[in-house]
Design a protein around this ligand. Structure first.
Ligand SMILES: Nc1ncnc2c1ncn2[C@@H]1O[C@H](COP(=O)(O)OP(=O)(O)OP(=O)(O)O)[C@@H](O)[C@H]1O
Length: 254
């Protein structure tokens, strides 16, 4: 299994607060890896460092051996690492399908003149983008809502649309920040299946922050536990479930 992401010594300081302290993490191809820990443990800060929203105070982030630390968010996204956020961030006044078309603008083989003249290559690239958007709408079970305003979808549907919007950019790594928060049991079950499908059939590696332990234990290949910014443990779901320190710091709460 080849390694996609190798993070070492990741540290993020906000003034006097050490939010992330010497965290190491590895993500291999076609893996689902979860980062868990109590509220305020530093999980989202780790995501923000990996995706270029924060410039880490120290540490190394290697993506296929290439250093990412210090790159801007859009540069990291272009390399194939995309994410969702704890709170839904869609273009709420656009339709569902438009959200997926806008996300693909970088893949459109176009320039201003080609668009103006509607050249054959422009039309082909537009048709491809539409077909790809439809493929992902089908996958996330939103095809019948293609023309609905994204802001008018139910919450669980908006969360699935966010995942589709990431996927139309053809990422290699998908990072999901608490995707099950606010979902009902059926929606969480659908999310569970979708994440496994991404890994098993779409060849994507998933890095997940999640508090829903049933979901985490069911789908993760490996789990990292952070506590007060520091790495506490890592291992298989079975190892984490039975780790006394993890139970004391976190799982005991459940
Ligand atoms: N931009 C910032 N400026 C100052 N402090 C911050 C900033 N971002 C995060 N923090 C602090 O860093 C710590 C870690 O926060 P973070 O959001 O990463 O935790 P988390 O594990 O994701 O928590 P949760 O599970 O509640 O989402 C917290 O004490 C938080 O207040």
């Amino acid at each position: 299994m080849s390694s996609l992401l190798d993070v070492n010594g990741l540290t993020m300081r906000f003034g006097g607060l050490l939010a992330v302290n010497n965290v190491a993490l590895k993500l291999n191809e076609k893996e689902v890896v979860s980062v868990i820990g109590p509220n305020g443990a530093g999980k989202t800060t780790v995501f923000n460092c990996l995706t270029g929203f924060y410039k880490p105070t120290a540490g190394q982030i290697l993506y296929r051996g290439e250093a990412l630390q210090g790159l801007a968010g859009h540069q990291i996204a272009r390399k194939g690492i995309v994410r969702t956020f704890q709170h839904v961030r869609l273009f709420k006044d656009m339709s569902v399908i438009e959200n997926l078309l806008v996300a693909q603008h970088r893949h459109l083989n176009t320039n201003f003149l080609a668009g103006l003249l509607k050249t054959p290559s422009f039309k082909k690239s537009e048709a491809d983008a539409l077909a790809f958007a439809e493929y992902w709408l089908e996958k996330v079970d939103l095809k019948e809502f293609a023309n609905r305003k994204a802001g008018n979808l139910a919450y669980g549907q908006q969360r699935r649309l966010e995942i589709a919007r990431c996927m139309v950019t053809r990422p290699e790594i998908l990072m999901l920040d608490e995707p099950a928060a606010g979902l009902n049991p059926k929606e969480t079950d659908d999310l569970d299946k979708l994440i496994m499908d991404l890994r098993d059939n779409e060849g994507v590696s998933v890095l997940l922050i999640e508090h829903d332990m049933k979901l985490v234990m069911g789908i993760s290949d490996r789990i990292y536990v952070v506590n007060q910014g520091c790495p506490l443990a890592n291992g298989s779901p079975e190892e984490i479930r039975n780790n006394p320190e993890v139970i004391k710091a976190y799982l005991g709460e459940f």
